[in-house]
Design a protein around this ligand. Structure first.
Ligand SMILES: [Zn+2]
Length: 204
């Protein structure tokens, strides 16, 4: 038997205890840390024009590259059908247009600001921190603490190469020796945050 086929047939052993520990680290971060981090990092000087109506939330991205190219404004709106929040839609569009072609540091230099007409929720705050752009947020007031039951993580925001390397490393470290691949970790992280960060998910 040749070596590659042996390697392909090799059974991966997962360590459930270590997988749980990795998940608990994300849950703890969502429960006790992200709120304060977000409230400290965001700029909250945007004038409220619609009573912070989350259902009419609108987000715009200001980027050096798109401004220089005089491209169309990168914007997003809350969508009840897709359950994608305004700042997530705007960030997804920006990553597709500009951000993904840059490394994370270059992306952060290019992205000037994300303006959101009502404060981000905790799930959005988590994703923004994962990309290292929470300090680019300009909104009206502190993070929205209530759990939005049907929040969806956009598919265009799941690429590891786009994440802030430091933050991603700390997530990855939580799963050390668990047998999980990076893809496994991303899938679990997405499910946990889509569930509001309240509980672990089954590892598949
Ligand atoms: Zn949100």
């Amino acid at each position: 038997m040749s070596f590659p086929s042996e390697a392909a047939g090799k059974r991966i052993r997962w360590n459930v205890g270590l997988i749980n520990a990795g998940q608990d680290k994300i849950i703890t971060f969502m429960k006790y840390e992200i709120l304060n981090i977000a409230n400290k990092k965001m700029e909250k000087t945007l004038e409220s024009v619609q009573g912070d109506n989350a259902m009419a939330c609108h987000a715009t991205v200001c980027s050096r590259k798109t401004a220089a190219a005089k491209s169309e404004e990168i914007a997003g709106d809350y969508c009840a059908r897709t359950c994608i929040h305004a700042e997530m839609e705007a960030l997804e569009k920006y990553m597709k247009l500009v951000g993904s072609a840059l490394n994370n540091k270059e992306m952060k230099n290019d992205l000037v600001r994300i303006t959101v007409t009502s404060p981000p929720c905790l799930s959005c705050a988590f994703v923004l921190e994962l990309f290292g752009v929470l300090d680019k947020i300009k909104t009206t007031k502190d993070v929205y603490k209530g759990f939005t039951s049907s929040w969806k993580w956009p598919d265009g925001l799941k690429k590891i190469a786009d994440f802030d390397p430091g933050f991603w490393l700390s997530i990855q470290a939580g799963f050390k020796d668990s047998g999980c691949t990076d893809d496994d970790i991303v899938k679990m992280m997405v499910k946990i945050i889509e569930g509001g960060g309240g509980s672990r998910v089954r590892h598949e």
